[in-house]
Design a protein around this ligand. Structure first.
Ligand code: AMP
Ligand code: ZN
Length: 464
């Protein structure tokens, strides 16, 4: 049995997916107005741990992560640099996919982009207007909080001071400003806009996630994740929009990770106290040590960023690497080793059980390190035999399906634009847009990349 802390109920609950054996997961993705920083990657690494654990547990996972490529921040950035929105965000989208690969985050099944889903958003906003949950004011459309009595259940916000009909235009705001929020912002001088049935304009940030999540996962799905800063107003607004539009529960389990902090403050762009992955790679940190650092503190605890913390992560991961090296390179006596085999099996089930309890990574890692210590002491006493070492190695690799800390088979890296094309083709195939999928396959072939579709996903080969 798996149990998660559900922000909605404020309790640890048994996890039951809607469809047996399958989990539908939505994770709020990057706003591509700059390089993602390590705080963002804390959220993405936590989500990767969750997804890998669900797969390890035997679930099929359908994972959607959006790309916010139109909002207040991307528009401001593009205008400051005198670029079109697309030209401006392209660089950061490519950088994001590069980071995903470097940090070994399992790719999502879909990476929908907001600019490619405007019709889905317009359909929802139109529906909300028709149902009376939304209203037009000076060409913009707002969600009326007074019409949605369940508002505030996720963030447990106090609605006493709410003034009906007072509006807020910005995508991001503090709890002190619980106001009717913008679904659609009317076209403004110097801003990109779309001509639509609800007038010329562009979407508010919150409707983007409601439209893209339900488009791929259905009106009700299993798990929605993000950092705790997303709870209010972003996720609260997503619930209001989606439940008002579809008339049914939006998400069953809400999982939020706590912040990565620096000197007591959330790491964020606006505070300027951030490091990007690139900054740390330039200082010669190994990305997998960074992955270990972000992974190894329970997701609901604050994580303090320090360079000592990164050093400790490096040392801990080295212990795992040294252990595997020993198992692979020591010459050991032949013969059965039932004790070591039993120890291996017990350690693996302890590891699994710890993670099943709200992803208790600290205890799961303790299970791994206890295991390393016990096998090492058998090595020191010369009592470990070949079968014991083989089993021990298998168990560490099994755990590594969740952790992804051991060296991978050396793979040649593809340039990000090729990776993106492969992603796009997978997406086209899933959407049964075979004409586009075939065209992309051909383009890739012309660039020397041959694709092979397997049960585990798409594989690529370089042709000489
Ligand atoms: P953004 O690009 O700002 O929309 O953020 C993308 C994701 O990163 C969201 O899920 C945020 O909650 C998360 N996030 C941003 N800053 C931090 C931080 N310092 N610690 C943990 N998660 C964060
Ligand atoms: Zn979102």
């Amino acid at each position: 049995m798996i149990r998660f802390f559900n922000t909605l109920s404020g309790k640890i609950e048994e996890f039951q997916p809607i469809k047996e054996g399958e989990v539908r997961l939505y994770t709020c993705g990057p706003t591509v107005y700059d390089y993602a920083h390590l705080g963002n990657y804390r959220a993405y690494v936590f989500e990767d741990l969750l997804k890998r654990f669900l797969l390890f547990y035997g679930y099929k996972v359908i994972h959607v992560m959006n790309i916010t490529d139109v909002d207040d921040k991307t528009i401001r950035g593009a205008n400051e640099q005198g670029l079109s929105l697309n030209d401006y965000t392209k660089k950061y989208i490519e950088a994001f996919f590069e980071d995903v690969r470097v940090l070994r985050l399992l790719p999502a099944d879909y990476y929908p982009r907001a600019t490619e889903h405007i019709p889905d958003m317009v359909r929802m906003i139109k529906g909300l207007l028709e149902k009376g949950y939304a209203y037009v004011k000076d060409g913009s459309v707002y969600f009326s909080l007074a019409k949605f009595p369940n508002y505030g259940r996720l963030s447990k916000i106090n609605l006493e001071d709410l003034k009906a009909g007072v509006r807020i235009e910005a995508d991001e705001y503090e709890k002190e400003s619980v106001h009717d929020f913008a679904l659609w912002k009317k076209a403004k001088e110097g801003e990109p806009y779309w001509e639509t049935e609800i007038g010329p304009g562009r979407p508010g940030w919150h409707i983007e996630c409601s439209a893209m999540s339900t488009r791929y996962l259905g009106p009700t799905f299993d798990i929605h994740c993000g950092g705790i800063d997303n709870i209010f107003p972003h996720h609260e607004n997503e619930i209001a929009q989606s439940e008002a539009f579809y008339g049914q529960k939006f998400v069953n389990y809400w999982l939020h990770c706590h912040h990565l902090i620096v000197d007591g403050q959330k790491m964020s762009k606006s505070k300027g106290n951030f490091y990007t992955l690139r900054d740390l790679l330039a200082r010669k940190y190994d990305p997998i040590d960074i992955r270990y650092f972000l992974l190894s503190t329970h997701y609901r605890k604050m994580l303090n960023f320090t360079f000592e913390g990164l050093e400790q992560a490096r040392a801990s991961r080295q212990r795992i690497l040294d252990f595997v090296y020993e198992l692979e390179h020591r010459s050991l006596p032949a013969g059965d080793d039932p004790e070591a085999e039993k120890l291996s099996e017990n350690s693996l089930s302890r590891f699994k059980n710890e993670l099943a309890e709200d992803l208790n990574i600290s205890s799961a890692l303790a299970a791994l390190f206890d295991f390393i210590r016990e096998i090492n002491s058998r090595l020191a006493q010369d009592s470990l035999k070949q079968t014991g070492a083989k089993k021990a190695r298998e168990v560490v690799y099994e755990m590594d399906k969740v952790l992804a800390l051991l060296p991978e088979k050396k793979e040649e890296n593809l340039p990000p634009e090729i990776m993106e094309k492969i992603e796009l083709r997978q997406k086209a195939r899933k959407e049964k847009n075979f004409a586009l999928a075939d065209r992309l396959r051909e383009e890739l072939a012309q660039q020397g990349i041959v694709l092979e579709d397997t049960k585990e996903g798409v594989r690529w080969k370089k042709i000489k």
